[in-house]
Design a protein around this ligand. Structure first.
Ligand SMILES: *[C@@H]1O[C@H](CO)[C@@H](O)[C@H](O)[C@H]1NC(C)=O
Ligand SMILES: *[C@@H]1O[C@H](CO)[C@@H](O)[C@H](O)[C@H]1NC(C)=O
Ligand SMILES: *[C@@H]1O[C@H](CO)[C@@H](O)[C@H](O)[C@H]1NC(C)=O
Ligand SMILES: *[C@@H]1O[C@H](CO)[C@@H](O)[C@H](O)[C@H]1NC(C)=O
Ligand SMILES: *[C@@H]1O[C@H](CO)[C@@H](O)[C@H](O)[C@H]1NC(C)=O
Ligand SMILES: *[C@@H]1O[C@H](CO)[C@@H](O)[C@H](O)[C@H]1NC(C)=O
Ligand SMILES: *[C@@H]1O[C@H](CO)[C@@H](O)[C@H](O)[C@H]1NC(C)=O
Ligand SMILES: *[C@@H]1O[C@H](CO)[C@@H](O)[C@H](O)[C@H]1NC(C)=O
Ligand SMILES: *[C@@H]1O[C@H](CO)[C@@H](O)[C@H](O)[C@H]1NC(C)=O
Ligand SMILES: *[C@@H]1O[C@H](CO)[C@@H](O)[C@H](O)[C@H]1NC(C)=O
Length: 407
């Protein structure tokens, strides 16, 4: 009898567990063989200006290749090119790229294999004196804005020294030759991935082999106002025939990014067709310390997508896109209404975005949450069943013992 009960409990738990697991889908097994090279094909006498570099990440799939190119000549940009060939290569006409970055001086060959390309460019850092404490650039008078930091004019530390071939990361730090940047810098950390996973530090975005990540932080910059807040402007350049929109989804699981239940994604779909081909995805949170903890999290907001008349001042983008690319931009502003903490309090703010092709990754329940659900749903069922069995046994006992119930 007890084995029967135990079996029953087990199968109930198993069914509940299996159902939650199956319903939510399990881990993606897709992998790419990823390799990194710096300045592909650059040979003397051609040299890039000091601190400037072009990082090429090649992610080889079974019958496709996903190229990522990161370049800090001009405004820092990340270009993503997906091809349906395992033989596709990046070709740079270095003299032309260095001199004028004329359109067509950087190509992915064979061009017929290119399925999708898009670039993300960090263009400006806006600073404003938030005297009304709205943390909203759109509600702030224009007179409260300081001249923006134009990232196309920044000087950068040597890329070569921060390139980690095995970890598939590279760090870029730069700034202006001004008082504000004497002890400060804007940094970008790029990461590529061979398979699905999450970074340890928050926001712990869910990445896969079809994505890469940019972590951006502003450290030690002297604010120009007493209530300075910042916003980061970025632009996306893509082929014509695609349209973008920014969606905000509720996230079911905040275990990886505590207290943040939303995920924002700027997706790109072919005009008149469904399906997403590329995305920039982020959680609306920024951190005020280098090691993120709960107290140092602050919400961030994005502005409306706006169409830009010109492509941004990035050499990579100017060299790659030849046929009427489209450019859209938006601002991410850090901080929230009535937030008593301003940039000057920690002199640090960081934010993370995932850039990838195909459908953006969706958060799924972790094993811990699944166990909690299983126990939560399973326990009442087990109690009911055990209770039922117990009553049934009592009834049988009282029947077989020969005593008749007293009416
Ligand atoms: C590429 O490979 C995947 C799985 O390996 C397959 O589903 C897909 O049809 C292949 N695509 C082409 C164009 O061969
Ligand atoms: C750079 O471009 C200019 C204008 O096209 C040209 O006159 C010059 O010769 C080029 N320099 C090199 C080194 O290619
Ligand atoms: C790759 O895509 C092009 C069109 O974009 C198509 O003509 C070609 O057949 C495809 N090649 C493979 C191997 O699927
Ligand atoms: C502060 O708020 C007032 C009233 O809404 C507005 O008139 C003023 O322009 C705001 N000041 C700044 C610097 O944004
Ligand atoms: C990068 O640095 C290493 C050593 O620090 C050097 O051997 C290599 O030539 C450098 N590469 C480039 C492209 O500058
Ligand atoms: C930069 O740091 C040095 C030493 O920590 C300090 O003396 C100086 O005042 C700082 N400058 C600025 C502009 O913050
Ligand atoms: C990544 O892209 C490949 C090729 O298009 C596709 O087969 C695979 O399912 C994608 N994986 C994810 C996690 O999106
Ligand atoms: C910042 O505050 C100090 C002292 O309260 C004041 O002297 C200074 O003018 C203020 N600066 C700005 C830019 O408002
Ligand atoms: C999209 O659909 C509209 C109306 O149905 C049509 O006018 C337009 O040409 C289509 N655009 C493309 C790129 O197919
Ligand atoms: C970003 O914000 C600044 C200041 O409000 C504004 O001038 C600029 O046009 C915005 N950029 C985009 C792409 O919306």
């Amino acid at each position: 009898m007890s084995t029967f009960t135990a079996n029953l409990i087990f199968s109930v738990l198993f069914v509940v567990f299996g159902a939650t697991r199956g319903f939510l889908g399990n881990g993606d097994k897709f992998r790419r063989k990823v390799s990194v090279e710096l300045n592909p094909g650059l040979t003397p006498p051609w040299v890039l200006p000091p601190g400037v570099g072009l990082v090429h990440v090649r992610g080889l799939g079974l019958n496709d290749t996903l190229h990522f190119l990161l370049c800090n000549a001009g405004a820092p940009a990340l270009l993503m090119v997906h091809t349906n060939s395992t033989q596709s290569v990046v070709q740079v006409d270095w003299p032309s790229f260095i001199n004028r970055s004329s359109a067509g001086s950087l190509k992915v060959e064979p061009q017929s294999s290119v399925q999708y390309s898009s670039a993300l460019v960090f263009t400006r850092v806006w600073e404003y004196d938030d005297v009304n404490n709205t943390a909203d650039p759109q509600q702030t008078a224009e007179s409260s804005f300081y001249p923006p930091y134009e990232l196309q004019n920044f000087l950068w530390s040597d890329l070569n020294e921060t390139l980690d071939q095995s970890g598939l990361t590279v760090k870029l730090c730069g700034g202006e030759r001004t008082e504000s940047f004497l002890n400060g810098s804007l940094c970008l950390q790029f990461s590529a991935f061979e398979s699905v996973g999450r970074d340890q530090p928050w926001p712990s975005l869910h990445h896969n082999a079809n994505s890469s990540q940019l972590h951006v932080w502003l450290n030690g910059v002297t604010p120009r106002g007493n209530h300075s807040r910042f916003a980061l402007e970025f632009q996306s350049v893509g082929d014509s025939g695609f349209q973008g929109r920014v969606d905000v989804h509720s996230s079911i699981d905040d275990e990886y990014t505590p207290s943040i239940f939303k995920v924002s994604q700027w997706v790109s779909s072919p005009v008149n067709q469904s399906g997403v081909w590329g995305y920039n995805q982020w959680k609306p949170v920024a951190y005020r310390k280098a090691v993120p903890v709960f107290e140092d999290a602050t919400p961030c907001k994005h502005s409306q997508l706006v169409s830009m008349k010109r492509i941004p001042q990035s050499r990579l983008v100017q060299a790659y896109f030849t046929e009427h690319p489209q450019t859209h931009g938006l601002n991410i502003s850090f901080g929230i209404d009535k937030d008593p903490v301003f940039y000057s309090d920690t002199k640090y703010i960081s934010w993370t975005v995932l850039v990838g092709m195909g459908e953006p990754p969706a958060d799924s329940f972790s094993t811990l949450i699944i166990i909690i659900i299983t126990v939560g749903l399973g326990t009442p069922l087990v109690i009911i069943i055990v209770g039922g069995v117990f009553v049934w046994i009592r009834k049988r006992r009282s029947h077989s013992s020969g005593y008749e119930p007293i009416n």
